[in-house]
Design a protein around this ligand. Structure first.
Ligand SMILES: Cc1cc2nc3c(=O)[nH]c(=O)nc-3n(C[C@H](O)[C@H](O)[C@H](O)COP(=O)(O)O)c2cc1C
Length: 356
């Protein structure tokens, strides 16, 4: 029987606009806001402010917001003005954000981040350091739950602590954390999931990372150790297969950089075969390519980063087939309210205003 294509060109039945369950997270649409470090926690306590509340509130129509990478402990800090989730003050400030997002009908999880020292100078963590790190993740996850988040996402992507343990070029340990490079991640997953009932924890991986994904300061390095190759890809296969044994809500994959400018859907399909749970695809998607990967059954949801910076009402624009705005990189990591909460919504958009 021929499969009937549902809905009209501009209707609400496009693949991205259908509901989906990611574990116990029930999304009314599959348009996810990707985690975005915006460096607006310009205060000593590294707490989110009213600006954060407005910013996330404006984006509450996303199927799911993955709030910016936030430090799990003081030792995890790697960059200025990034919020934390390691103490009561931070949890209390985040609860204002989650309250407003929920009041506006949204869902929000927090990305848990641990930067770690620069790869060239890092000393090997002792077993005691590792135990403490795992415990810090567990406590941060508990703080996030008490702050009203719907779940958390573990950042094991990029070039930070979790990714370093997974990397065969950097992890030269001879103990169990080196012979099983994924052991730290799995211990962290267990500590983080213990804070939640059901499936409310996601993991983010970037198996196709290259120097082009790196911040510009790193691009001049000739010893860049993070570039994906066959060995690291096979390593990620093992990690993903191992994650099936843990009660996750989803796996969030940053795919390769899009080419001309189409995202590589096959690169995500590799993980569809390996991972039993829901997949979120990311990197360079738009309305058409996002619909295509969902329609093909390769991803359950798609996350959008830069598009959500410039289009708080992205879901509505997708539904109406309206043009999307482009963000200004100059305000990505600084600028206060500018480039953060001042992106207009289209007239007639149903994104509600943020209450005062
Ligand atoms: C300003 C900025 C901040 C980002 N911060 C994070 C972050 O905190 N955690 C993370 O996992 N990825 C982060 N990313 C990566 C994005 O989540 C995403 O993978 C990337 O922008 C590609 O998606 P896009 O093509 O939809 O923008 C950031 C990207 C940008 C541009």
């Amino acid at each position: 029987m021929m499969r009937q294509k549902q809905g009209s060109e501009f209707g609400g039945n496009r693949p991205l606009l259908g509901p989906v369950a990611l574990g116990d997270l029930r999304l009314p649409n599959r348009v996810v806001m990707a985690p975005l470090t915006r460096c607006r926690a310009t205060n000593e306590d590294l707490v989110p402010t009213d600006l954060h509340t407005a910013y996330y509130g404006q984006r509450a129509s996303a199927g799911l917001i993955v709030a910016e990478g936030s430090w799990v402990s003081e030792r995890a800090i790697g960059f200025p003005n990034v919020p934390g989730i390691y103490n009561e003050r931070q949890a209390a400030a985040w609860s204002r954000v989650t309250d407003v997002v929920h009041a506006l009908g949204g869902r929000i999880v927090l990305q848990l981040w641990y930067a770690g020292a620069d790869a060239r100078s890092v000393r090997e963590l002792t077993p005691a350091d590792i135990g403490r790190t795992v415990a810090e993740y567990g406590a941060a996850s508990e703080n996030a739950r008490r702050a009203g988040f719907d779940g958390v996402e573990i950042a094991a992507n990029g070039t930070y602590l979790m990714a370093r343990f997974l990397n065969p070029r950097l992890n030269r340990r001879t103990d169990a954390y080196g012979t099983h490079r994924d052991r730290l991640l799995f211990e962290v997953v267990d500590a983080v999931t213990a804070a939640w009932d059901g499936r409310r924890v996601g993991v983010r991986l970037s198996p196709y990372w290259t120097i082009d994904d790196a911040p510009s300061a790193d691009r001049s390095r000739d010893d860049y150790p993070y570039t994906a190759d066959e060995r690291t890809l096979v390593g990620h296969d093992t990690v993903v297969a191992g994650l099936n044994e843990h009660p996750l809500a989803y796996l969030h994959l940053r795919g390769p950089a899009p080419r001309n400018p189409v995202p590589d859907i096959d690169a995500i399909a590799r993980y569809r075969k390996l991972f039993d749970g829901p997949l979120i695809a990311n990197h360079g998607y738009d309305r058409e390519t996002g619909d295509a990967i969902v329609e093909a059954g390769i991803a359950d949801a798609v996350s959008f980063a830069r598009l959500f910076i410039a289009n708080p009402d992205l879901v509505c624009r997708f539904a109406l087939g309206r043009e999307t705005a482009i963000s200004d990189p100059a305000t990505h990591y600084s600028g206060g309210a500018r480039g953060y909460v001042d992106h207009p919504i289209w007239p007639g958009s149903r994104t509600p205003p943020v209450p005062r």
